[in-house]
Design a protein around this ligand. Sequence first.
Ligand SMILES: [Zn+2]
Length: 265
Amino acid sequence: MLGSASSAATYRIKPGDTLSGIAVRAGVTVAQLRAANPALRDANSVQAGRVLTLPGRVLPATRYRVKAGENLTVIAQRVGLTLTQLVRANPKYAGGKPVWVGAIIQIPARTVAARTGTAATVRPAAIRVNPVSPASSGAWLWPVAGYRTVSSDYGSRVLDGVREMHYGIDIVAPTGTLVRAARSGRVLESRPDFDRGWGWTVVLEHPDGWITRYAHLSANLARQGEVVTRGQPIGRVGNTGRSTGPHLHFGTYLRWSPRDPLSLY
Ligand SMILES: [Zn+2]
């Protein structure tokens, strides 16, 4: 398994190796390799037999859906974190609270040991994570293609010093990005809703009692009463209403009872 997250691996240069080739196999950039090996002057000076320090790789923050039989200890090992680090990123599980299958775990950005370049020493379990993907969404389409970063989760949060419930998720995307209907349905609302802070908003009603809200839009592309199909553009990402930067607020409700959108993907 992966050792300490900051432990550096080493690699003995073989005849024919290049710095860029070693970097690619280690999953780091040449600049990172040079920074970890100040003695290297230029790529041509790479000599067989020299031992290089392979710097750790920084992996971006992501999310992980808990599978059957997994607990936080297993997941921490899998993604290259200590249990303490993982719990710190998911404070609701502090004190040994159980995680359920299907729960979404936040995986913070982390540094893992470099791959050392041969098949025998690659540790795929340490780097293979299972980000929530549209492919697993079933009937639900992710409303902004290509943008997966959620800046604010569903649930209790503090905004402007006030604790509040956030009935939806905030997906970061540039102003103007198309917002698509997560499912087919009918447009219940398409209007400016500044009184409640939503800004320009589209609300869709789906046939089985689900309702989806798309807020802070820069443009509304669907009219009230219109029938829309899954994937149809209904608006554009914006920063209208009570919003501190371009993002889509995406809310999901079952008969107006709020549900975590990420539990649906
Ligand atoms: Zn929001």
